[in-house]
Design a protein around this ligand. Structure first.
Ligand code: SAM
Length: 367
């Protein structure tokens, strides 16, 4: 049988050469990309829909009532996701993050959690299975997610001041309900909880200290994320970014900090501990201190395209491959070949060369 090419399904996807079935050597085991980076983490967007319209992520002017979200038939089914994850694990993936869009909006998400929670890494360890959520329905879902096998959650919360937060989520959602979701997650044992705050100058940087004060001593790890130029709809400007170094300086002035070592190689957050022993914070400096050289992350979009970088312009159509009845060996070969050819390092190159590029929206590719 000769190689077949899975055709382009739309402008955003690259064709994948479908390896012949049978008689080929299927690469199994860990794969390295062109910059010697292993494949360790997989982020899976389980829906491109969200009930928030955060001004920096899914602004109302773009994601309005006329916006076309993916039809249900285009979404990877849970069985398709679990099958792909098993192949990714063969290539070294140890950590899975469910995201979106808002992952808790995907119907019966607990069933997918249950299917993934039983998988084991190549070394026989449980998969590090986690989920990023806006927390809006976490109070209702935390217990069933934990029962299904979810280990922990990351909750996004951009401020403690209700007016600031309502303005940023742009659907008038109150802070109190997200805080209830965080409490429910702690009660369900989805710990340690991480709380992600995207910091925008002049929008919510006055929330740095109130957020630090609130979560200090709570066991939750607050992480400040530099506002990034993902997608093409948020009108990003470098002036809007509050550099992580400034965040650390401002918090340290009020609550003295000292640096901590990374938990593991390639950890994206730089860790800082409160000197009084009341916990730690993290800063994610994806704009001012790019960490591409340690990036071990791949992303699977809602409709099953494999993206090798958050800022990628094109994905590889794995859904097309599995719906064209490729066997696991063929899927495995395709994934290994795609990863081996990876040379992406957008954040290190950010600037003139990247300014005009049309990028994929975060809600689709998975945050
Ligand atoms: N709906 C879930 C949530 O709110 O956490 C998951 C998806 S959301 C796209 C994942 C994370 O990406 C959130 O913490 C969000 O704040 C962050 N995010 C979205 N756009 C961003 C941007 N332009 N820069 C930095 N972080 C961003």
């Amino acid at each position: 049988m000769t190689d077949r090419i899975i055709p382009l399904t739309d402008a955003r996807s690259a064709s994948i050469r479908l390896p012949s079935a049978g008689g080929i050597e299927v690469p199994s085991g860990r794969v390295l990309d062109r910059l010697s980076r292993p494949l360790r983490d997989l982020r899976i967007s389980v829906t491109d829909r969200c009930n928030f319209r955060c001004t920096y992520c899914m602004p109302k002017e773009v994601f309005d009532k006329d916006y076309t979200f993916l039809p249900h038939a285009d979404l990877l089914t849970f069985e398709e996701i679990a099958r792909l994850v098993r192949v990714f694990i063969e290539h070294g993936v140890e950590k899975i993050r469910l995201t979106g869009g808002e992952p808790l909006l995907r119907k019966n998400i607990e069933r997918l959690v249950g299917m993934l929670a039983v998988l084991r890494t190549r070394d026989g360890q449980p998969i590090d299975l986690t989920l990023t959520t806006n927390g809006s329905i976490l109070a209702r879902k935390a217990r069933s997610l934990a029962d299904a096998g979810l280990k922990r959650v990351t909750v996004s919360l951009d401020g403690l001041d209700d007016a600031v937060f309502r303005r940023m989520n742009d659907v008038d959602f109150p802070v109190a309900d997200v805080l209830s979701g965080i409490d429910a997650a702690i009660a369900a044992g989805l710990t340690p909880i991480k709380v992600n705050m995207v910091v925008q100058r002049g929008v919510n940087d006055d929330q740095l200290l109130p957020m630090a004060r609130h979560f200090k001593g709570s066991g939750a790890i607050l992480r400040f994320i530099e506002y990034m130029d993902v997608g093409s709809s948020n009108g990003w400007r470098l002036d809007d970014v509050v550099p992580a170094a400034e965040v650390v300086r401002r918090i340290d002035a009020e609550f003295p900090l000292h640096p901590l070592d990374a938990n593991y190689e390639g950890e994206v957050a730089e860790r800082w501990a409160y000197r009084d022993g009341s916990g730690e914070i993290g800063v994610i400096a994806s704009v001012t201190q790019a960490f591409c050289r340690d990036c071990t992350r791949a992303r699977l979009s809602t409709d099953g395209k494999l993206y090798l970088c958050l800022f990628a312009q094109q994905g590889y159509d794995l859904r097309g491959l599995i719906r064209a009845e490729a066997d696991d060996g063929q899927v495995s070969t395709a994934i290994a070949n795609i990863w081996r050819a990876r040379g992406d390092r957008y954040s290190e190159l950010r600037g003139q060369a990247t300014a005009g590029l049309a990028k994929i929206e975060m809600s689709y590719i998975g945050g």
